[in-house]
Design a protein around this ligand. Structure first.
Ligand code: HCA
Ligand code: CU
Length: 379
């Protein structure tokens, strides 16, 4: 997966998250952190959306000259002009093809969609010949295949676009749908594909990974997956996914120990907790509990961990104080306390810990008390 480019859209899709209200300095900080981490492609809100959106885009472009900054725009000549004025290096154009969005959003037929997208691309090319151009039809999974083939086919023939976006706007696609769709549009157009998928059925992360494995060259993600409704694929999950497939490549390209700062900063900005189940960053991501797991992880963490927490500046947690605990873990605790209990005593301690936790909620201090009591008997 070393061919894959992650496009972070925290500053576009993420700005559409319910509680996101980024200040100009938040945006700058988020962009700097992402770039420092190793993301070199950022998508920003349509500069035509508001005056500040324009200024923020302009400032990011001059502040981060080595980062590709794309403006997300509608297929409107005015949006193209304003975006070009902001100095961005890429235009991510969208125009819906699905019948429902065509009727509620622009009311155009298929031929008109094609004509409008071409006109906007020509306008952009005439004013900025080298600019990167992407066209995405929103809502690809609720379009007729014939309509999709017509739109992508004609736009591919026009030679105006560098790549095509495929969006699962309402999060209805399964990973198998994604695989078929990515492969089909690639074959149909011979163009590079960018993936963008929502999380309405909880498939956003899996779908983004599947798109990458199916040949998409670019994948959209945002910090914490923030976006419209419950969002899109998260940066953290994409990093986890890529890490488990090409660890060396990922270590070379990203400063993994900086991921936690970005995630925390964005969580604070938008006022949410990091979900316990979040890849890498969730509170439970490196937490081990059952005796069998504890025993194995104490010998070799790789036994039950696909990802090494230390590489991300994080720690694993071994939970000892509960009825599923095991004597191997209790032995390690006893050693950490500087005690020297026999195997027999450790097993007895484990038995007592289990019995006590059947009766009440216990903590590590209860484990320690049991161990120290046994140690006292030895003296
Ligand atoms: C939206 C648009 C979009 C665009 C995706 C893309 C979507 O509804 O806000 O540019 O490919 O999900 O369709 O985010
Ligand atoms: Cu979206």
């Amino acid at each position: 997966l070393s061919h894959l480019t992650l496009i972070d859209t925290t500053l576009r899709e993420g700005e559409q998250f319910q509680t996101a209200d980024f200040t100009s300095s938040d945006k700058r900080r988020i962009a700097e952190m992402l770039v420092g981490f190793g993301v070199n492609y950022l998508e920003v809100t349509n500069p035509a959306a508001s005056e500040r959106s324009f200024k923020d885009a302009e400032k990011l472009v001059s502040h981060l000259p080595r980062t590709k900054i794309a403006a997300h725009i509608r297929c409107h000549p005015e949006d193209v002009r304003i975006a070009l004025d902001s100095g961005v290096g890429a235009l991510h154009m969208v125009m819906a093809v699905s019948p429902i969005l065509r009727s509620v959003s622009h009311g155009k037929g298929i031929t008109e969609v094609i004509r409008t997208a071409e006109e906007c691309a020509k306008l952009a090319r005439s004013r900025a010949p080298g600019i990167e151009l992407r066209y995405s039809n929103e809502d690809a999974f609720r379009c007729g295949r014939e309509d999709l083939a017509k739109v992508y086919g004609s736009l591919a023939q026009s030679g105006l676009f560098d790549r095509f976006g495929l969006a699962d706007t309402t999060g209805v696609a399964s990973p198998m749908d994604v695989q078929q769709m990515v492969q089909w549009v690639r074959e149909e157009t011979g163009k590079a594909i960018e993936w963008h998928g929502h999380n309405d059925t909880g498939c956003a992360d899996a779908n983004a990974g599947t798109a990458a494995l199916s040949g998409a060259s670019h994948v959209n993600c945002s910090v914490l997956g923030i976006g419209e409704r419950n969002g899109i694929a998260s940066l953290e999950s994409m990093i986890a996914f890529l890490y488990t497939r090409s660890p060396d490549h990922i270590r070379q390209h990203y400063h993994l120990d900086q991921l936690q700062d970005i995630t925390r900063f964005v969580a604070d900005c938008v006022g949410v907790e990091i979900p316990f189940s979040h890849p890498i960053m969730g509170k439970a991501a490196f937490s081990h509990k059952a005796g069998i797991h504890l025993k194995a992880v104490l010998q070799d963490p790789g036994s039950y961990e696909a990802i090494v927490p230390e590489e991300f500046g994080l720690e694993r947690h071994l939970n000892l104080a509960h009825r599923l605990t095991g004597w191997n873990a209790i032995r390690v605790r006893s050693e950490a306390l500087g005690l020297s209990l026999s195997v027999e005593q450790l097993k007895q301690a484990t038995f007592e810990i289990k019995r006590l936790s059947d009766e009440q909620e216990i903590e590590v201090s209860d484990v320690d008390d049991i161990l120290m009591n046994l140690d006292r008997i030895n003296k």
